[in-house]
Design a protein around this ligand. Structure first.
Ligand code: GLP
Length: 241
């Protein structure tokens, strides 16, 4: 079941998302969060830090699993997703470093790394998965294709995905060709999903994902089958609803 929530401005977008996440952390201090990167959840993490600073919640027993990571970037590279998470959230809260998980895109054996990530995930059901959506309907880095992979795997990034993410690098040539991503099977197993969508350029894809056919050619369309999805949209992204 998909619940649509539209908010009017940027501040509320982050606040509403942070309310959903912090309510869970408050009522289930040992919860497992699935986290996302990209421009969209930045406001969520900012508001979450504010709520944490008010002393209302603690992350001491929370575990997190990130959706994805580039292959080949050092973990301290400014554009790595590990750096993103440290800078935007982990460095500012009381979460234990060993409880934060991001796939290791520098592993010598990437298949082994995918297996390791899946084994950890199989022991920890994700209570709440935060998601963004790519312009082509990807979730995590699960790109549109004739078939999708359920578990963690290595993906070849599509040119438009590399272009969309080039803003975090000096040039498009620096954007890695590959990434490790959680699979759609794992995402769909999360108890609850919070899909965050912002901006006019996402209006068409989110409309297609939620009202069009369920197809691997639009991975986010699979979310129509999930029992508990909240789609948080700003006015521009939600203009077709
Ligand atoms: C990347 C990430 C996705 C994210 C998407 C949208 O491709 N792998 O997890 O949802 O970008 O990012 P943005 O929020 O910057 O539009």
């Amino acid at each position: 079941m998909v619940n649509l929530v539209k908010v009017g401005n940027e501040k509320d977008f982050g606040k509403v998302a942070a309310y959903i996440v912090s309510s869970l952390v408050q009522t289930s201090p040992r919860c497992v969060l699935g986290l996302a990167t990209g421009g969209t959840p930045v406001g969520l993490y900012k508001e979450l830090i504010e709520i944490y600073n008010q002393g209302v919640i603690t992350f001491e027993k929370v575990k997190t699993y990130n959706l994805d990571e580039y292959v080949g970037l050092p973990s301290d590279h400014p554009a790595s997703y590990r750096t993103f998470m440290n800078q935007h959230l982990f460095n500012h809260i009381d979460i234990l470093p060993e409880n934060t998980h991001v796939p290791n895109g520098q592993a010598d054996d990437l298949d082994q790394e995918c297996k390791r990530y899946d084994e950890m995930l199989s022991e920890a059901v994700i209570d709440l998965q935060v998601l963004g959506i790519g312009h082509n309907g990807h979730i995590g880095f699960n790109e549109p294709d004739d078939q999708l992979t359920p578990g963690t795997h290595v993906v070849e990034l599509l040119p438009q995905t590399r272009e969309a993410n080039a803003r975090y690098f000096n040039s498009i040539d620096e954007v890695p060709q590959r990434a490790i991503t959680m699979g759609v099977g794992t995402i769909m197993k999360a108890r609850q999903i919070l899909l965050m969508v912002r901006g006019a350029d996402k209006a068409e894809i989110i409309h297609r994902a939620l009202t069009g056919p369920i197809t691997t050619l639009c991975p986010a369309s699979l979310l129509q089958l999930h029992p508990n999805v909240t789609v948080l949209m700003d006015a521009e992204a939600g203009r077709l609803f």
